[in-house]
Structures are given as C-alpha cells and as structure tokens.
Design a protein around this ligand. Sequence first.
Ligand code: F1P
Length: 347
Amino acid sequence: ILDSLRGRLNAEQGYITLSGLDKIEEKLRQAHRIVIVACGTSWHAGLIGEYLIEELCRLNVEVEYASEFRYRNPIISPQDVIIAISQSGETADTLVALENAKKQGATIFGIVNVVGSSIARITDAGAYTHAGPEIGVASTKAFTAQVAVLQLFALKLAQLRGTVDPAFFRQLLHELEAVPAKVAWILDTQVEAIRTIARRYKEADNFLYLGRGYNFPIALEGALKLKEITYIHAEGYPAAEMKHGPIALVDEKLPVVFVATKDVYHEKIVSNIQEINARKGKVVAVVSEGDETVNDLAEAVMVVPQAHEIVAPLLSVIPLQLLAYYIGVERGLDVDKPRNLAKSVTV
Ligand code: F1P
C-alpha cells in the first residue's frame, strides 16, 4: 500500500525525493495558487491536500470536482499550478478539465496510478502513486497512496518555501516512516472488532459520518465507500456542520460514525458525540490507541495507533474501508464489482 512512501523519504537524513516536483520547482515558487482537480475518492484525497498545503506551505489552494470544473468557466491563469489526482488516469471529467486548464497556460502536476495513462501524458510533471493494480472497483489503496504523495508534496514544498520548521519537518518524516507498521497493526488487531460492528449495523438504511479537520475528508471517504460497496445511503459531514441540518436525521436507528482520533479537535468531537447520544443515535467511533475518552459514549470503537494529525488520515481511513467491506460481505454483495460502477469513467 505504502510503496509511495518507501524509498521517497529518509527521516534520518531529513530528505524527500519527489523528482516530479523538482521539475516544476520554479513554477511552484511563483504560483499564486494551487487548484486540485479530481473526482470521487481522488477528490477526497485532494481535500486533504488542500489542508496540508495551506497549513504547511501557506499557499492558497482550491479543490474542484473535475465534473463541474470542466463545464463551468473557471478563471485560470499561467501562474496557477493544477494538481490532477486520478487512480485510473483515464477519468474523462478530469482529463477534459485539464485540457481546458492547459489551454489557459496552467502548469499541471499529476498524481496518477497508471503509468502512461491519458492523464499522466497531459501533465507537465508528476508523481506516480505506484499503488499496484486495484482489484476492486472502489478506490481504496489508491486513496492511501494519493494521500501519502500529497503529504510528501506538501512537506517538500514547505521545505522549499521555508515555511516549515526543520525539526518539525523531521518529526513528520519519522511519523511517515512509522506508517506501514501502524497500518499492519490495524490489520492485525482490528479486523474482528470491525466484522462485529458490520454484523451489528448491516441492516441500517442510513449512516452519518462525521469528522473535523483532516478527519473531515476521511468522514466523506468513509461515507462514499459505504455507498459504493454496500448501497446503503450514507452522508459525510464536518462534525461542526451537524447542528446546521444533519442533526435532524438523528434517531435511535441511525448509526453515526465519528472519526475521533486524538488531535486538536478532540474535545469538540467528544461534545459532538454527546449531542448524538442525547438524541439516541448509535455512535461508532474511530479512536486513537490508549484514548478511552470515547469508549463509554460509543456503542463500538475501532482503534488506530496514535499519530500526528497530519499523518493520521493514512490510518483512520483503513477501519472505514474495512467497515464498508465487511458490511458488503455481510449483505452477500460482490464487493469487488459494485453495481453501476466502472473502474474508469471514460465518458
Ligand atoms: C474516480 C472515481 C473513483 C471511484 C470509482 C469511479 O476515478 O470516482 O474514485 O472509486 O472508481 O471513479 P479516478 O479518476 O481516481 O480513476
């Protein structure tokens, strides 16, 4: 899964190798903004990219659904750098959006899995995710790899722009190096608990997924995986947005999945969980190892190792992917070939 990390960073010596980025280094230095263009799961990775680049590089970022961006008349200038994210490299919406941006002089950086694909060919530079061929239609390991590349991209750019403290930079590299072992820990220890949760909630008609900060895109992705694989209606929301509408959905039949790992928002997420409890919603939470704050407030928890919040999305998405997978299995569905979905959407 994390080949995109291996060989591309060395925490001890404090460097990241991202040759594609080197090629457009000057453009990036002068860029007025970065526009991330993608569809579906790749768009969720893009949202994490926005948070990372804005936080670490202090550069303005916008994230666009390619399926909208290609049809509207967006303002693009030669000072823009577009990051295109696509697992297949063949998604027509993304490709056409890039063709339009290219005509207006923007520089394109690709984060693509398939070498030599149409999107890879249109880019000026890029970093392959090397996530291997995905067997299932729904994107899973590609997402992890896209996020890993975006983390490297943001850190490397922050180093170039001098916007990250060197000690913090090294700390994050060490954290990234520890990710493969932490992923293995989740797979070794959490699968049975997740299967049990899947059995308990497999008949639900709706799910709500909530998270804050870097965990908000993870909530969106958890909801999308559930929709794609199990056909259960699910919505992802920023947890703070709940009171502006979705809270009306909460009753004793609604499972609400919180991405509640230990980070700067933890206290606020705990109070959101209490609000759901007060309305008798069924709380399921992704929590950090060793943190028991949420245990008594949730019907079930899925545990991930502690990690810095910038690195944490690589871990917190995995229980949500597994939850969707096992609910699909429990419902007797073909999880690798969900109905109506194509691996590459080329129209
Ligand atoms: C985008 C995407 C996937 C989704 C499904 C349909 O594809 O929306 O995220 O899981 O396969 O296409 P891509 O541009 O990342 O290949």
